[in-house]
Design a protein around this ligand. Structure first.
Ligand code: HQG
Length: 180
């Protein structure tokens, strides 16, 4: 597998479908690296331990982390699998955060606000440039500014994953604005 294919495959397994390779994750998302490699092989996927270690260490997106003994791996965020319920610390967000989406979702977002969809959280970034890249994955990118400061003041809970992605359960429409 190319490094990018390996990273996408591991992200799919660890976030969404551990059962597709017979893998069991704990509630914090951890899996044995050896079990991941063995499960991938049994499912006909050519994934080497070295590919897994490289996927952790390389890439602009820090998607995964290894345990201190380097025997276990987990995805840092983005889970939809019910096997995982990561407990993130609640922290004070910056006054504003950004969410990148596609123009075709805007009608629905204006009514419903941002919903987590299949994932456990809505994903937000500190900078507009990252939001453009995230939005582009879905079509013509459109960036929304989130009034995170006011949300927090009104009791909404925010978390930051170790890779800098901000998370919250949902963003009601009254907190969404065009970028300044
Ligand atoms: C949209 C990538 C209609 C939402 C990135 C998004 C990110 C709505 C899509 C991470 C909606 C969900 C997550 C509503 C939200 N009506 N559409 N009410 N509320 N949406 O992929 O944020 O490459 O689940 O705007 O870097 O795009 O995987 O979330 O367009 O951090 O490592 O529904 O995935 O990282 O799409 O991306 P996603 P996302 P990785």
């Amino acid at each position: 597998m190319t490094p990018e294919d390996a990273s996408k495959f591991i992200a799919y397994v660890l976030r969404h479908a551990p059962e597709s390779v017979g893998l069991q994750l704990d509630a914090q998302g951890w899996a044995d690296v050896a079990a991941l490699v063995a499960g991938a092989a049994a499912a006909g996927r050519d994934l080497m331990t070295a590919d897994v270690l490289q996927a952790v260490d390389s890439g602009a997106k820090k998607r995964f982390e290894l345990s201190a003994d380097r025997l276990r791996i987990r995805a840092l965020q983005g889970h939809s699998t019910p096997q995982v319920s990561r407990s993130f610390e609640a922290i004070v967000p910056p006054p504003q955060l950004f969410h990148g989406t596609a123009t075709r979702f805007l009608t629905s977002i204006r009514v419903q606000g941002l919903l987590p969809g299949a994932r456990q959280h809505v994903h937000l970034s500190v900078d507009e440039a990252t939001a453009v890249l995230v939005g582009r994955r879905h079509g013509k990118a459109h960036v929304l500014r989130v009034d995170a400061g006011r949300m927090h003041a009104l009791g909404h809970v925010f978390h930051r994953a170790e890779n800098g992605v901000w998370l919250t359960v949902a963003v009601p429409p009254e907190f969404l604005f065009p970028p300044a």
